[in-house]
Design a protein around this ligand. Structure first.
Ligand SMILES: Cc1ncc(COP(=O)(O)O)c(C=O)c1O
Length: 492
């Protein structure tokens, strides 16, 4: 009898091969991290370089060696990507990712838990439950084992917000809306209240939910771009008189453009008066509730029916990781649980471990909870308060530095966002100012030393610095105004 080995599957790896490939890759990543601060943030021609390197060949019949595959793609990525972990990346709301989170991804993929039902992911489900609870602790959202709150991890802020509104809809109309859709009991008369500063996920959500964008009532803002409470009251009153159905108020705990925080406690009170669902988009700012200087302003988070937050922003967890929290988690099972013949039954909505497929849109779900849990465990509440508080302080510092330059106009400062523009005293033409600032920003980005993005507020095009970055130093901040001015003087 011959002792012939079965041929190995092309994607199989033995332990030694895995160890060798893994060590090589980890060494490369460690070198990349060590040199990150000295690199350009991006290479302006990267997309073309990548297209050329990847080529246009169709899928080869023959596979490549593990070494070649890892070598080719890691070199391309580590050389040509835009590095949002660079200390001076301040665009959009992208968190610098903790290297520990990357290790979490590796471990999660190795286990490959499908956090869909607890039977196939018993440990992962428990880790997700704890991670969600810890996020609640950071936000001062109710998280006592006996309370009804709960939630789940989702792909990001957009999905977290949509999940919150889907729960709001189900809570308002009950089980029958599943059958009948938005024609049920005049659901098409539903109204949602938010300011123009609300992130564009809202339009996406209402379009997907069949309410349409016309269901949004834009509430006026005050001078600091926060929701105006009187305007909200009037808008709701007026809609009620006309037979509309106020379904949810969407407040922002940190708007995407300027970091404005809507008056959460007052909004909660109005929602209570009229029995309206109170949803908070805290994708960016909700986690700053753990910082003493901002916790008062965010105290209303605990009063919301649902809150969306993003771990891949200011919790410094690698993409993708968002979270939705509900004061009453039963609304999630009411909204998303469906009986099947092929999945185990949950044993009731309060049963633990949690069957996460019954709590949200996804059925198969990755183990994103692990990287979230690991980062939370590593930094703790104090670690996050320190990192987030430091970013807020740095944004304030930038605002003050900008104020010291007569040719720059400091426009806003909220949470870790500062906006400003080049505005020499002799230029009054707003269109010209917008054009100049657009050009200054694109030159600054192209130089790849720093990477702010822009905001348009009251028609003004502004340079917007959003610091959700644990690598940013005060020196990075202090150098920016001079860099902007030097570009501006060359342009104008
Ligand atoms: C306030 C706010 N809400 C929602 C989102 C959308 O989050 P995500 O990109 O994770 O879907 C963002 C993204 O920047 C945001 O800043």
């Amino acid at each position: 009898m011959t002792n012939q080995k079965e041929p190995r599957a092309p994607l199989d790896m033995d332990a030694d091969e895995f160890r060798e490939a893994g060590h090589q890759l980890v060494d490369k990543i460690a070198d990349f991290l060590a040199g990150l601060n000295e690199r350009d943030i991006h290479k302006p021609n990267a997309a073309n370089v990548a297209r050329e390197a990847l080529g246009t060949v169709s899928l080869p019949n023959t596979g490549s060696s593990t070494e070649d595959v890892i070598g080719e793609v890691s070199d391309l990525l580590l050389e040509q990507s835009l590095f949002n972990g660079h200390p001076r990346f301040w665009g959009y709301v992208n968190g610098s990712a903790s290297p520990l989170g990357a290790l979490g991804d590796l471990l999660a993929s190795s286990i490959n838990a499908n956090v869909c039902t607890w039977t196939v992911a018993p440990v992962a489900s428990e880790i997700e439950r704890q991670a969600v609870g810890w996020i609640g602790d950071l936000l001062n959202f109710p998280n006592d084992p006996k309370c009804d709150s709960g939630g789940l991890l989702v792909s990001g802020g957009t999905m977290a917000n949509i999940t919150g509104l889907l729960a709001a809809k189900r809570a308002r109309f009950g089980a029958e809306i599943r059958e009948q859709g938005n024609v049920f009991k005049g659901a098409e008369k539903s109204k949602f209240y938010a300011t123009v500063e609300t992130h564009a996920w809202l339009e996406k959500a209402l379009d997907m939910m069949g309410f349409g964008e016309s269901a949004i009532n834009r509430v006026a803002t005050d001078d600091n771009l926060r929701m105006d409470i009187d305007a909200l009251q009037k808008s709701i009153q007026c809609d009620l008189e006309q037979g509309f159905l106020p379904l949810a108020v969407i407040a922002s705990a940190g708007t995407v453009s300027t970091g404005a925080i809507d008056p959460l406690e007052e909004i909660a009170e109005i929602c209570k008066q009229h029995n309206i669902w109170f949803h908070i988009d805290g994708a960016y700012g909700a986690v700053s509730a753990c910082v003493p200087s901002t916790s008062d302003e965010l105290a209303g988070i605990g009063l919301a029916d649902s809150v969306a937050m993003d771990a891949h922003k200011w919790l410094f967890v690698p993409f993708e990781a968002g979270c939705v929290l509900l004061r009453n988690r039963l609304h999630l099972t009411d909204t998303f649980a469906h009986e099947t013949t092929y999945y185990p039954t949950t044993g009731g909505p309060n049963a633990l471990p949690i069957a996460y497929r019954d709590q949200g849109v996804q059925t198969s779900r990755g183990f994103r909870a692990l990287k979230v849990w690991m980062c939370l465990k590593r930094a703790g509440k104090d670690g996050y308060a320190q990192m987030i508080g430091n970013n807020i302080r740095q944004a304030k510092r930038l605002y003050e530095k900008v104020q010291q330059h007569p040719e720059l106009e400091a426009v806003s400062q909220g949470l870790s966002i500062t906006t400003f523009r080049y505005h020499p005293a002799e230029i009054h033409d707003e269109e010209l100012l917008n054009k100049l600032n657009r050009e200054i920003l694109s030159t600054l980005q192209a130089k790849a030393w720093a990477y702010p993005s822009h905001a348009t507020v009251n028609g003004k095009y502004l340079i917007r610095v959003c610091i959700t970055n644990f690598r940013t130093t005060d020196q990075d901040i202090d150098e920016l105004p001079d860099r902007v001015l030097s570009i501006a003087r060359n342009i104008s």
